[in-house]
Design a protein around this ligand. Structure first.
Ligand code: SF4
Length: 426
């Protein structure tokens, strides 16, 4: 199974390529792979990740063409809404989105205050906005959690430094590259997140070796999720071929941030801005349902994410972990998390919104519900089975014992049912 559709290069201007996908034109950056006019490529997150031999591309396109049109129809059908049921706040959000006027924080709060009786209408409006802006594309990335060691001590995190109950692990450089090779070349992923705690064992040299080793074997977008590494290190990693970075700001409330972390809020925001300056595709967002968090905080989180202009919005629920100072706090409901996803979609219509793996712990159908409430991207856990249950940022991880091969089949089946194409069209 393939998580990208090959597109044909129509034009290359500098580092920007125009690509044709079944008559729809998209643009993508040619950062370290420079195709020629007429060649076929895979692109992910707006970056060309591989040149595809013509014969292979044409075979894949033949397989995809009918399926793609069929899925589109299903998606269009499921995204239909009854606009007469829209609340004043939804109507206002859609009007502003159509005129490219950003929603104010007060207007976002208005959406977050949607009553339970109107929640379904809000979620459906967000799904329609997603369909209008992005069609039925749904990026499916793999994530490899390569170390659960961390020098930090974030109050909500199960792998924090002071948790002495957890069994720690580190994957070797060779193991990480081999697993990436399997995820890309055997399972078909075209985007790969590499995640760890802030683990100084992996110094700049090792990280560069990992990125270069993966690039040498895999045509895929490499996303780093390694915390606040130095800007010099991130620059070297970008040059080595990693072109995306996941770093959440967790909360826009500075006081709350500094109560939960041993690092500064300013530094986190500075790091995010530097990542953009270097050229990384950036994924960021916040935790939903932190103790003491208000609708005002969440509206500010959504506004801050919009200001930072990330390529992917990653908002996941706070799930209390027994070995942390927040063990006795409550997790948010699925309804609350969906409402926030819908508010992000309506306030930032063209956003790519990730269904986080933490969100999937809230209910067995959380993934499907989130995709029907404005979300447009998934991450499957491709960490080797012997490690994945040890990467316990939060308890109840749904994929702790799941085999990635089975997850892939389950995901493709779900996407087909709801009319989403498991692809990122450049
Ligand atoms: S949230 Fe990240 S930085 Fe904080 S303790 Fe957990 S792994 Fe470390």
């Amino acid at each position: 199974m393939c998580y990208a559709i090959p597109g044909k290069i129509l034009k290359i201007e500098g580092k920007l390529a125009t690509i044709d996908y079944f008559g729809e034109n998209r643009t993508a950056a040619a950062l370290d792979i420079i195709p020629k006019h007429g060649e076929y490529v895979y692109a992910q997150g707006g970056v060309i990740v591989k040149i595809v031999p013509e014969k292979q591309a044409l075979e894949s396109l033949k397989e995809w063409e009918n399926v793609f049109q069929e899925l589109k129809k299903i998606d269009e059908q499921t995204a239909k809404t009854d606009e007469t049921k829209f609340t004043r706040e939804i109507r206002q959000a859609i009007h502003k989105a159509n005129n490219s006027i950003p929603l104010s924080e007060q207007e976002i709060i208005g959406l977050l205050k949607t009553e339970d009786s109107k929640l379904e209408t809000l979620l459906k409006a967000a799904n329609a906005a997603r369909q209008k802006q992005q069609g039925n594309a749904c990026c499916v990335h793999a994530i490899i959690e390569f170390s659960n060691n961390c020098k930090n001590n974030c109050a909500y995190c199960g792998i924090r430094r002071e948790n002495t109950q957890i069994k720690r692990y580190r994957m070797s450089v060779e193991e990480i590259i081999a697993r990436a090779d399997y995820a890309v070349n055997k399972l078909g992923f075209k985007a790969l997140a590499l995640q760890s705690g802030e683990d100084e064992y992996y110094d700049e040299e090792k990280l560069v070796e990992i990125v270069k080793g993966i690039k040498a074997k895999c045509g895929a977008l490499i996303m780093l999720s390694i915390g606040e590494a130095s800007i010099e290190t991130y620059e070297k990693l970008f040059q080595a071929g990693a072109h995306a970075a996941l770093l959440r700001f967790e909360t826009s409330n500075k006081k709350m941030y500094e109560q939960m972390h041993c690092t500064s809020f300013e530094n986190r925001i500075k790091c995010l801005k530097e990542l953009k300056r270097i050229g990384f595709l950036v994924a960021t967002g916040a935790l939903i349902g932190l103790p003491g968090q208000t609708n005002e905080d969440i509206a500010r989180d959504i506004a801050l994410a919009r200001e930072l202009e990330p390529d992917v919005h990653s908002f996941g629920p706070f799930i209390p972990h027994g070995q942390t100072p927040l063990a006795s706090e409550r997790k948010p409901s699925l309804q609350q998390a969906l409402k926030i996803i819908a508010a992000i979609r309506l306030s930032t219509p063209n956003a790519k919104i990730l269904v986080t793996t933490a969100l999937e712990t809230l209910a067995s159908n959380a993934r499907e519900k989130a995709l029907a409430s404005g979300a447009s991207s998934l991450m499957l856990d491709a960490t080797p089975e012997k490690y994945k249950q040890l990467y316990e940022l939060y308890p109840g991880k749904t994929t702790a014992h799941a085999k990635i091969e089975e997850e892939v089949i389950k995901t493709i089946k779900l996407l087909k049912t709801i009319g989403r194409a498991p692809t990122d069209l450049g």
